[in-house]
Design a protein around this ligand. Sequence first.
Ligand SMILES: *[C@@H]1O[C@H](CO)[C@@H](O)[C@H](O)[C@H]1NC(C)=O
Ligand SMILES: *[C@@H]1O[C@H](CO)[C@@H](O)[C@H](O)[C@H]1NC(C)=O
Ligand SMILES: *[C@@H]1O[C@H](CO)[C@@H](O)[C@H](O)[C@H]1NC(C)=O
Ligand SMILES: CC(=O)N[C@H]1CO[C@H](CO)[C@@H](O)[C@@H]1O
Length: 264
Amino acid sequence: MLFNLWTVGLFCLVGFVSTKIADSTEANLQPNINITRGTPALPGDFPALGAMRASTGSLRCTGTLIGPYHVLTAAACVFGMNSDALSLFTMVFKSLRVTGGVGSISRGVRKCIVHPNYSITNRKFNVAVMLLTKNVTEIPFTKLPTASSGSYENVMAVLAGWGTTAQGGSISPVMLKANVKILTNAFVTAQYGDSFVPKVMMGAAAPDNNTCQGDMGGPLYVKGVQVGITNWGLSCTDPAKPRIYARLTSYVDWIKRTLINNPK
Ligand SMILES: *[C@@H]1O[C@H](CO)[C@@H](O)[C@H](O)[C@H]1NC(C)=O
Ligand SMILES: *[C@@H]1O[C@H](CO)[C@@H](O)[C@H](O)[C@H]1NC(C)=O
Ligand SMILES: *[C@@H]1O[C@H](CO)[C@@H](O)[C@H](O)[C@H]1NC(C)=O
Ligand SMILES: CC(=O)N[C@H]1CO[C@H](CO)[C@@H](O)[C@@H]1O
């Protein structure tokens, strides 16, 4: 019951998120968030990773397949979108090129479920699940951590996506990957103060390697397990301004319930 309330009561209903980029700081908080100086990914590196493209061809966000109809992404990517707005987007899987093409899998987006405690002024709970118009059975789902998988402080991680390769640059036509280190909560708190909530967020950075505009919603992997979702940050490359990821250990229970309550 309670779960149903969460899932039907708080869809992506409120207003439409503008993708207009007001200024460079704001830009980093917008869904249209690049992997700076990454290296091209190889076929099969990130099978569950998909690009969320608008009918105009632009890249809105990234997401990962977590169930036959289910894509994990950031709440800011879909917040405020009704089914008409969502229908303008396609998830493209199994392609290193953001434009898809031969061998790729494209699916419409039918519905989204935003974490009930997310709000646009609140950077916490920036997690959502999109439901696809048709299932995807050809690719493996992304692996998620368990709630008790630990803090990952000082652990090396890998991120991947098509975001802009420089702050204010254009998106990458091919999927890029980069290595970053998950930072200690104390370090990130010293940079961002109260905006960083260690219980539900993690910070990661490496000189020259980080997510940027267009990567929002995309995965941060540790040893093949997705431990974070790209959320926000104040610089794509400054190691003193790490990018912030939703800490998936604190969301796996909600994600599991959301899948159970929305089998398709
Ligand atoms: C949302 O916030 C409320 C109030 O703090 C809390 O009781 C509830 O468990 C939260 N929901 C989820 C899914 O975490
Ligand atoms: C996927 O969709 C097909 C066609 O509707 C259906 O036959 C199949 O059972 C579905 N598989 C899953 C895992 O949802
Ligand atoms: C950035 O990522 C690339 C590609 O994965 C890697 O070769 C390089 O070592 C990383 N840079 C740093 C400073 O970690
Ligand atoms: C397409 C694009 O914007 N590429 C940029 C990626 O980032 C590198 C390093 O900042 C730039 O040199 C590229 O122009």
